[in-house]
Write a protein that binds this ligand. Sequence first.
Ligand SMILES: C[S@@+](CC[C@H](N)C(=O)[O-])C[C@H]1O[C@@H](n2cnc3c(N)ncnc32)[C@H](O)[C@@H]1O
Length: 210
Amino acid sequence: MQSLRTYVDEFSADIKPHVDDCRTEFENKPFEIGGIEVEAPILYAALRIFQPERVVEVGVANGVSSYYILSALEANDNTGTLTSIDLPKYEDDHTGEWDANAGAWIPSGREVGWIVPDEYRDRWDVQIGNMSDLLPNELYSGDVDAFVYDGPKRYSERKRTFDMVANSVGDCLYFCDDIAWNPSFERWADQNRLRWDTFGNAGLAVDGEL
Ligand SMILES: C[S@@+](CC[C@H](N)C(=O)[O-])C[C@H]1O[C@@H](n2cnc3c(N)ncnc32)[C@H](O)[C@@H]1O
């Protein structure tokens, strides 16, 4: 295993530039690309260190976090799969405030997860629908090694989702973005006697050493 610094440097040099290129498409839009930002190197490095075989994600939008996860899986000796669940919001269907979806709108003419390059897609399964309906099927087998959550921020929804995952899977790495919205992630991790830490606006929790 390499040092955390090695993985963060790998992320900055090889992975992040693609997202910065895609960001130019949003220059004249009233919304941002909407992906995880300063916490991204932590997600990438954690997946490089923990080497998960199967990752499940909630919240795709334009696909920033999905791209980071798939990049880490490829760098992990080209092993592992990602299943991502999303109920996407498209610019063309927009009403109300642009902030309503934490800024994560998909521009006209683009599909969910569009920034993920073709060469990463053979290990990626995208499921469109409500996480409450789709997640139980993904958890059924119990073989989830990492769960990445960047879906709805509300306390009750987040807690319910993490409870559902923890009740179904064994040893798992949990990542949650936007933890500053409310203390649901930290409380859930304490209640489940997990080791957890926060990095900026992201939380990580595991059953063993962190
Ligand atoms: C903050 S965005 C995800 C950004 C993404 N992780 C990235 O890095 O680009 C949150 C996403 O969760 C979706 N979402 C909201 N409620 C959902 C639900 N009940 N089930 C599944 N996805 C949902 C939103 O439409 C949006 O696409």
